[in-house]
Design a protein around this ligand. Structure first.
Ligand code: MLT
Length: 328
């Protein structure tokens, strides 16, 4: 007979209560210091802009500053891995777009599992994309672009933010539907990629509407089409890629907020409440509206909806990416 058994059981139960109590106290006082919101791409780009836009009202709701930290690299997978391995205490949270779903099909092996290593806080917003060219690129419309690329494919350069980035996904589908390969130039985000497009250093870029609409309206870049099945209210004269012959072109960039797996539920609930409040903020809505970005309905601003959407998107994009072939 093991005489230590009752003592062990007592110790275990005392320790267990201790852990529970400390968890409860942490959750109750949460947050008692600034919260870091990790962004998987460079500052000044679309994901960064949405993060900074919601960080301020979220911080107000939480009673602590929400500090945006850019951790770019490998199409967003560096940041995903960083957050997956972070302490699950609510002080590091994460915003990422649909790259959270597509990376699985673009990398042979990821060092994290998008369906197992995170807690899901809520969906955020859906962002359309546009296919852009540098201002002095010769083609003036999509048909001319198609012909230009087919005769100049060795020298045409297409910027993207690496495998896992939506600019890469969009470029991949574009090239696959066109049946050509161009030279890809990877950046740490479409913020710096757009700067180089404006400077004339790269030829074409698929980018989100978050920053691009004013440059299109000012004719500082050329626009060849939108990636959604319907035209955009902000750019009513720009045809969709689908209507210009790239049948079935349908890319709209969804976003979600995550935390490391094991973050206590009461903490997740506080972050979710702050996210919902931020998305209901009229200033946030006005800024996003001006870029043709749709805040998701309240029914999607929660963890189970994000988790289900991520699962569906992993299943949706896997076959499309494998068919389009090759990460760049
Ligand atoms: C960014 O924030 O730079 C973009 O979302 C990158 C991308 O996915 O194309």
């Amino acid at each position: 007979m093991n005489l230590n058994k009752p003592l062990n059981a007592l110790l275990a139960s005392v320790l267990g209560v201790g852990v529970l109590l400390s968890g409860a106290v942490n959750a109750q006082n949460y947050p008692d210091k600034p919260v870091t919101l990790v962004v998987p791409f460079a500052a000044g780009g679309p994901t960064d802009s949405i993060a900074r836009l919601i960080a301020v009202p979220m911080g107000k709701s939480l009673g602590q500053t929400v500090v945006v930290e850019n951790a770019p690299g490998a199409g967003g997978t560096v940041a995903s891995n960083k957050v997956a391995k972070a302490k699950p205490d609510g002080y590091m949270i994460y915003i990422h777009h649909m790259g959270m779903a597509t990376a699985q099909a673009l990398y042979d092996k990821l060092p994290y599992d998008p369906m197992k290593d995170f807690e899901y806080i809520g969906q955020v917003a859906d962002v359309p994309m546009v296919l852009l060219g540098r201002k002095n690129l010769p083609p003036n419309n999509f048909k001319e672009l198609e012909a230009y690329i087919k005769t100049n494919k060795e020298k045409v350069t297409m910027a993207n933010a690496g495998p896992g980035a939506v600019s890469q996904l969009c470029g991949l589908i574009f090239q696959s539907k066109l049946g050509v390969r161009v030279t890809t130039v990877p950046y740490k985000g479409t913020g710096p990629a757009l700067t180089d497009l404006l400077g004339g250093q790269v030829d074409i870029l698929c980018d989100q509407t978050t920053q691009t609409i004013p440059y299109i309206k000012d004719n500082r870049v050329k626009v060849y089409g939108v990636t959604t099945p319907k035209r955009l209210s902000a750019l009513p004269n720009v045809p969709t890629l689908d209507e210009q012959g790239l049948k079935g072109f349908d890319v709209k960039v969804w976003h979600g907020v995550y935390a490391p797996k094991g973050t206590p539920k009461p903490v997740l609930d506080k972050i979710n409440a702050a996210l919902k409040k931020a998305l209901a903020d009229p200033d946030v809505k006005a800024r996003l509206d001006s870029s043709n970005i749709d805040i998701v309905p309240v029914a999607k601003q929660n963890g189970p909806a994000l988790q289900a959407h991520l699962d569906a998107e992993i299943n949706r994009w896997g076959p499309i990416i494998r068919k389009a072939n090759i990460p760049d």
